[in-house]
Design a protein around this ligand. Sequence first.
Ligand code: SF4
Length: 276
Amino acid sequence: METNQIQAKKILTEAKGYLDSGFTHSLNPYSGCAFACLYCYVREMPIQRFKGTPWGDWLDLKINAAENYRNEVLKLRKKNKPVNIFMSSATDPYQPIERKANITRSLLEEMAEDPPDFLQIQTRSPLVTRDLDLITELKEKCHVLVSMTIETDREDIKQLFAPYAPGIKLRMKALKEIHEAGIPTQASISPVLPFTPDFPKLLEGVVDHIWIDTLSIGDGSMGKRSERLGMPKLFEENGLSRWYCHDIHVRVEKYFLKYFPRDKIRVSKQEAFPKL
Ligand code: SF4
């Protein structure tokens, strides 16, 4: 892993695309991502396409993230602008190196001083539980949602599509701990990967929200990026083709509606912002 410490010009990026449903900004404490999921749409974005180093093999640490946040939020507040943050859209804020680097933690410390209106922490790492103290403090000052990506309940499927990402059982355990601490939680079934019939039951009582998105409608290009990444072929080679179809989000939503009330389930970009 090639790591660099960098001074970022800005830390808040104005929300666009699937995030402009209510989020005002995305926040990426890192560039690059050690989890290197095979389906990751960032692989197809300019930041990676012109990089020259494979996705998963490089990571930039934005060491001035907290300082930038403080200055940028101050400016937004002076203009009376709302601050609804999605952290993170193009990396995972809990990279393995975060254990030592504490960049995300320093951002949360800063947020506890100058809170946004809403913060969604989007991760697939159990390391998020390390910061439960700060997340609990933040919850008293603004809306917070911890959204754990759980694309499937099958470890074999996770191994196939995201071999370097944390295991599903560990993510479930972390989600339970966060929920039990009284923090609003979400399972982000994104992208939908083949799962067992028991998947919704595993999430019952552990999450307050379910968000569903797919490789066909959630890659920012209506499936073209996922195609370029070879996803249809990977599904086909593993006998999973019936899970790679354009309306899979409709079927998954229908199935989850047997276990969760309508107002707890949201689908794709139009509904990316949670009902608070
Ligand atoms: S964790 Fe997110 S950003 Fe990182 S490789 Fe996986 S999908 Fe991409």
